[in-house]
Design a protein around this ligand. Sequence first.
Ligand code: NAD
Length: 253
Amino acid sequence: MRYENKVVIVTGAGSGNGRSIALRFLEEGAKVVAADLNLAGAEETVSLAADPSRGLAFKADVTSKQDVEQMVAAAIETFGGLDVLVNNAGIVAFTPFLELSEEEWDKVHNVNLKAPFLCSQAAAKVMIESKTAGRIINITSVEAHRIVSSSGHCQPHYNSSKGGLNLLTKAVALELAPYGITVNSVAPGVVATPFTEKGLQNPEVKQWVLDRVPVGRVAVPDDIANAVLFLAQPESEYITGTTVFVDGGWTIA
Ligand code: NAD
C-alpha cells in the first residue's frame, strides 16, 4: 500500500472532496486525521473506511489558531508524526458584488485563505523539526484562475480567496523547498458534492457546465482525491509550487 505508515491531515474531511481524499488515503494504508467543524461528518467519513482504526475524526475550526495547533498535536500524539497536510476545507456563497457584506467577505477569506496559512505553518514546523519530506496540498479552484459566472453574477470573494491561495501555494513552496517539503495546489472544476448540489439540480446550470467541459461530465470527488494522492507520493518530490487542474479540460477549452 502506497501510504502505509504515513500520517495525513485532511481538513474539511466530513463531506465531499475532503471525505473522498481521506478515504483514498485510508485505502492506501495511511493514518488519517479527518478534521472538520462538523464532527458528525468527520466521524461518518472514518466509519466508512475498511479499517476505521487508522482514522481519527477531529473537531476543528481551521480558522482558529488554537484549534489548528490542537489538530496538529493530535496527529503527532495519536499517530506519531505528520507527513501530509491537505488544506481542503472551503466555503462559497453566491452573493453579487454590490450585495456582499464585510462579514461575508471576512468569513470566506478566513476559511479559504487564512486557514491554509495557519494549518501550513503549524504543519511545516513539525515537518521541519522531524526532518520529514512533507507534502502540503491546497485545494483551490478553476476560480483561482478565471471568473465563472453561470448565474449572471460572480463570486468575487471566492475568486480572491482562491486566487490568494494559489499565490500562497507558490510563496510557501519557495520557502519550504530547502527542507524537502513540497507545496502544490489541486484546482477542481465543478465537482458533484453538497457544495454544488443545489446548482447542479438545475438542468440549465448543469448544461452550462457540461458545455464548458471537454471530457463531457461533471467531476466526482475521487477525481480530486486521485490528484492529491499523486502529489503526495514520494515520487512527486520534484513537483512544487504548481497547480494540477482537475477540470476535464475546462481551462484549456
Ligand atoms: P463541502 O461543502 O461538501 O465540504 C466542505 C467541508 O468543509 C464541510 O464538511 C465543512 O463542514 C468543512 N468546513 C467548512 N468550514 C470549516 C472550518 N472553518 N473548519 C473546518 N472545516 C470546515 O464542499 P466540497 O465541494 O467538498 O469542497 C471542498 C473544497 O473543494 C473547498 O475548498 C472548495 O472550495 C473546493 N472546490 C470545490 C468545487 C466543487 O465543485 N465542489 C470546485 C472547486 C473547488
